[in-house]
Design a protein around this ligand. Sequence first.
Ligand code: HEM
Length: 426
Amino acid sequence: MGIGAGRAAGSEWVTMTAEPTTGCPIAADFDPLAPAFVADPHPELSRLRERSPVWYSPKLDRWVVTGYREIEHILADPATFSAVEAQRPLHPPCPEAAEILAGLPLVPTMSNCDPPAHRRYRTAMTSAMSPRRVAGMRPVITRRATELIDRFAADGRADLVPALFFPLPALTVFALIGLPLADADRIKAWCADKLEVNWGRPTRDKQIRSALGMREFFDYVAAFVAGRRREPGDDLVDQLIADERSLTDPEITSLVFALSFAGHETTTNLLGNLTLHLLRRPGLWLEITEDRSLIAGAVEEALRFESSVPMWRRVTTTETEVGGVRLAAGSRLVLAFAAADREPGVFPEPDRFDIRRANARRQLSFGRGIHLCLGAGLARLECEIVVNLMADRLPGLRLAPGASPRFTPNLSFRGPLELPARWAGS
Ligand code: HEM
């Protein structure tokens, strides 16, 4: 398509024009990694969504879908909108990094896999992550969170991200899988490599180092799976190995690789977003501490208001139309959950953080349809436990004076990098 259309006046941050022959709206300057957008994406996303539910971003070389109905439609039709694009690097990696990544024997299994193969993996993973196994994590999460809080509760101050929100979800998901907790720091560092390669804009050197890190991570997981074949335990990985669908080692390695990443970065961000928005409104934190039945609604509202996964990807398999825009086969799409979750027609007064919002559970943060997040129950459980413990153990919890957290420059994962807080210590 032609992209060189002139600029429309009137928009503060991003100009939107129409492509002369197709009429497709174009947001010429849209850059989800630009500092202003990373700091607060919502004003720009709302403005763009109001102009059109689907538009083209030359900087991303992708169509961005901001309308709630349009995203629902896409997620419900995996035959037309393939998931294979979901985990690919956002920007083409340099040749050296591309070569390393191409050599990774990863099998697409979950969020980047289409039916019919997806059905086989999803069924195996669903039974391995049974509600019983997830519910069985409650005492583990409570013990780990308590241990972490014990380290700083008496100080009366801490940065809650490194002290609690960063380590806890990793320790939880690694315990669920059966990965040695002593390796948690290494695994977290490898996951950070993947985050940057697939959803960020790393420098050439960083791309190569990160690609090498992903290679090491894959080899580590492969050795772990081989070890469990020899000496089985009673964890999620053992159930995948014992599954009647006879998954191969590369398939199980790829499943564990996917899960060990999906299961913590997202939840770290949710804990940060939730706590940030509760503490920014001090009356709300008091209400929650006095009535814990409000926690579940607050978690849903945090997912809606400040989505931990603000954007996710698809690619069209055939020519189709979305929101009045014709898309050729092979069109790459960015689904802006964060924009759809603030659509006024679906969520009245969308810019108000309302923990009693009746339909907050319609938020799209966990996706929908055949790829609906398998860890949603676990993420919700972790939030419930952490908020309860913070309310019990950190009296008068509040943001540190002047706290203004930064966010990671990343397309798909959003949460505060720091959350300095104060309370009445001993
Ligand atoms: C706040 C926390 C979380 C958020 C916002 C989140 C979000 C998402 C999203 C957007 C998808 C893709 C949906 C799609 O493509 O339509 C997804 C898939 C997935 N998530 Fe989560 N996730 C979270 C936590 C977790 C946790 C804790 C786990 C595991 C322990 C997990 C495991 C998975 C898996 C395995 C998939 C792939 C499902 C499939 O493709 O069939 N997630 N998640």
